[in-house]
Design a protein around this ligand. Structure first.
Ligand SMILES: Cc1ncc(COP(=O)(O)O)c(C=O)c1O
Length: 428
């Protein structure tokens, strides 16, 4: 479109205007040395605000060692069950090597919708309220990027999964941490949540069952948090990737299934943990259609669609994977009881995890070491890898995270080594 100068003479800039405009808009050419090397300026403030992962160093050391029992990485030791693998192979052989809908295949969305309704009694329309993502990781990232404006505050319990706080910051939001404590079974205290609410609070982030503590939210706490979300008109992000890994009498409830919560919850999950599918990279996100539509925009321009092979394999997981989920769950439970009892017997006080596959022993009183020192020396002296609790938030300090998704025998051997280490370092 051109502007007709004869019709709008006043729009024509004078020579003086032009000179001013030029001075204001021409970038001042500074030499590299005046502004510092490009490498120092390249990263955005958001990225610079996030410290590098505190656990990378340990994995670098670990990579150089032999005979290490790794309880560090949070993934199943089981391979993906055979029928799921076969479904992935068959998908490739059938020539399903193309993009899917941005939302994911309709078959997988329908199966997931049925699954969520059957398990939790919450209904999502497969056509407009479910998105298949690249793992729950992408779901978390998308949810935050699609909903946070700069300066929006997100209330987040800690210790919690290492990726949550960076995802809030990358999205331009501000994290308001609420501490949880072993004395309260690491459950979020609704009173503390309420005390953290400010006029800028946009949302509450829940990641239960919790990585790294293994805590779950008791029904009464969930109910109170739901009332609170309603009263303060908060959005709720709920990462429920460990929903199927629940032990003892605990029965998981999807947060969006609570009265009034469906409309304000972004529910997220995935296939990595329950179906031993970490490498396939497939997860999901459910939300009311107006919210989902916006989230799909971010996914569509950034990712296009989750891997087709992985989606077809995930469909098989929902169709026939239940007995395998139960088999793996029973084995995690057996390990959990042995390992947690073993840690407590070493006087490393350990909360009894009700979900996920992590133990979170308190190491400081027994050894007089902070959690980083404990982790580093345990690795060097006994070749057992765990993760320092401080990596998950300040209240994690004094604890370490040990993943018990490794064989029963390895866990027994780890207990022997940890026992020797603790004995050696008990304060006199
Ligand atoms: C709480 C939590 N959410 C999300 C993820 C990422 O899962 P995915 O493999 O589906 O991206 C993990 C992985 O450890 C996790 O522990």
């Amino acid at each position: 479109m051109t502007i007709d100068a004869r019709v709008e003479p006043a729009l024509q800039p004078t020579a003086e205007d032009e000179a001013t405009l030029k001075a204001e808009t021409t970038p001042r050419v500074l030499t590299g040395s005046a502004r510092g090397p490009l490498a120092d300026r390249a990263l955005s403030e958001r990225v610079r605000a996030v410290p590098p992962s505190g656990i990378r160093r340990f994995f670098d050391i670990l990579a150089t060692m032999e005979d290490v029992i790794s309880l560090g990485v949070g993934e199943p030791d089981f391979d993906t069950p055979e029928p799921i693998v076969e479904a992935g192979i068959a998908s490739l052989r059938r020539g399903r090597t193309h993009y899917t809908s941005n939302y994911g295949t309709i078959e997988l969305r329908r199966a997931l919708s049925d699954h969520l309704e059957r398990r939790y009694g919450v209904q999502y329309d497969p056509a407009s309220e479910i998105l298949i993502t690249v793992g729950a990781s992408e779901a978390v990232d998308l949810a935050l990027r699609a909903t946070c404006d700069p300066g929006d505050e997100v209330i987040l319990h800690e210790p919690s999964y290492v990726a949550y706080a960076p995802a809030v910051i990358f999205a331009g939001g501000v994290v308001r941490h609420v501490a949880t404590r072993m004395e309260d079974d690491f459950a979020l205290d609704p009173l503390q949540v309420e005390a953290s609410i400010s006029p800028r609070t946009k949302a509450l982030f829940l990641g239960y069952p919790c990585n790294p503590t293994g805590a779950v939210l008791p029904d009464a706490v969930q109910d109170e948090l739901a009332l609170l979300a309603e009263r303060h008109d908060l959005l709720v992000y709920s990462d429920e990737i460990y929903d199927r890994l629940a032990y003892g009498s605990y029965r998981h409830r999807a947060f969006s299934a609570l009265p009034g919560m469906r409309e304000r919850t972004i529910l997220m999950g995935g296939f990595s943990k329950a179906y031993a599918m970490t490498g396939w990279r497939v997860g999901w996100l459910c939300a009311p259609s107006v919210i989902l539509e916006g989230i799909v925009k971010v996914h569509q321009y950034g990712i296009m669609s989750a891997p087709t092979t992985a989606q077809d394999a995930a469909l098989e997981a929902l169709r026939s994977g239940e007995s395998e989920v139960q088999r793996m769950l029973a084995e995690y439970d057996r390990r959990r009881r042995m390992f947690v009892d073993g840690l407590n017997a070493l006087e490393l006080r350990t909360f009894e995890p009700k979900g996920a596959f992590y133990a979170f022993p308190q190491v400081t009183p027994a050894t007089a070491m902070d959690s980083e020192t404990f982790t580093e020396r345990l690795l060097e002296e006994e070749h057992v890898a765990v993760v320092p609790g401080g990596a998950f938030g300040p209240s994690g300090e004094g604890h370490v995270r040990a993943c018990y998704a490794t064989s029963y025998e390895q866990l027994q051997e780890a207990l022997v080594r940890i026992g020797r280490f603790v004995e050696h370092h008990r304060p006199s």
